[in-house]
Write a protein that binds this ligand. Sequence first.
Ligand code: SF4
Length: 493
Amino acid sequence: MPIFTPGRRWQPPFYPFKREPLGSRLLARVERMVKGPLFGCRMCGNCMLQETAFICPMECPKGIRNGPCGGSTEAHCYVDETRPCIWYRIYDRAFTMGRQEKLLEVLPPLDWDKVGTETWGDVVKQVRKVGVRTFAGGILSRDPATRAHHWDAVFQPVRQPDWWQGDAEYHPPAYTEPISELERRLQAGEFVVTAEVAPPLSTATGKLTRNIELVKPYVAAVNFTDNPSATARMSSLACSMMALQAGAEPVMQVAARDRTRAGLQSEVLGASAVGIRNVLCLSGDSGRMGPAPMGRLDVVDIDSIQMLWILRRMRDEGTYLDGRSIKFPPQVFLGAAGAPFASRPEFQAIREHKKVNAGAQYLQTNLVYDADGLDMWLNELAKRNILDKVYILIGITPLKSLKMAQYMDREVPGVFIPERLLKRLEAAGDGVEEEAITITLELIEAIRAKQGVNGFHIMAVGWEEVVPRIVTEGGLLPAGFVEPKHEEQSKSA
Ligand code: SF4
């Protein structure tokens, strides 16, 4: 195990794709020999140890450089249970050292031209630029602010290249008129409901269309997942286009797992061009959760926070990641996932704060079954002053069976189902579906008035026909709701 990284060095270091000059090769070798045993360094070429409490995050099997993911727990990494979640360790140490605010800086994706090469040369160049004496004098100062300033003068430009320029600041959207109908409703102060509809497993679209028609009158927007559990289905883009044709407002989910930086930018340009206005950025379930044969786990180009940063700049600054300008930028209302029950609330709050700074305008949360536990997360967000900068839609799923509930509690990262609810489902026997609806309605009642909550996101997981009932009985019908005609309802049943 590396001395300063409390994980294990599971992957070999990267090597450059091209032949470097002899001096650089020698320096890289020395860097590898020193930082390998100390930090488990993988020679990523863009070192961020300063921002990660001196723990190298490059052993994260999801490749997340702005972690943790929604599956992080104290116990272990959900992709590989034999190791700790390295991001949990980073957060833990950062809080112990009082360096937690450093975790807010939005860090760039790797520049693969630099991967495998040394970073010390860049540091030396930057020291020269600042002035060796000035730098030495600054970092030896007794004043902590002076020390930090001089340290940052060297290391900040090294870890934040010109093409990225990430920071730890909030960047409000550069527009005022709402981009989408969902944003319009939220801006108007409506308490909204969104619902997830699962994309089909084949080219048949009958059920998809019926489900869209079924939920459309009851919700502000319909989410389409992007290969959930790393399992191929019809694309979220195609489903979103079908929703538009059916007169529904789509939320296109995009998982970083299946995208390169070029693929992300082109897909969102296309989505915007065809009228898709809501995009939800996710890191995506690990390929570990998908069916065999398992694809590569270690090639991850971008994470969800980097996606938000890239898309916000495309929209608000009219630039591609590579700096080219975009004459007609994409118009998208950007969202991200929230995870109230993954790891400790104060850890998750930093992660959500970072998403908001990067560009998230709404959060749709993971499933919530503990209304009181939710308060801890909301309180942490309130302490960070972000509740007025992001709309929060709380994720709920009616637990159709005890087996499903047990599976979700045990297997789905970031989901916690209190024992008392499991017991109620067990006691319900054949009436389990009715009990599931009752529990869902109780949760809605307990959560809807909480400060900072702007709506619900219903993930019915194949039980879409329950959505109208939950919305109606939960008192969540949208403004101007028009009861669908009976024949439409029966057609959908
Ligand atoms: S962040 Fe990159 S350069 Fe720094 S220790 Fe980790 S792998 Fe090495």
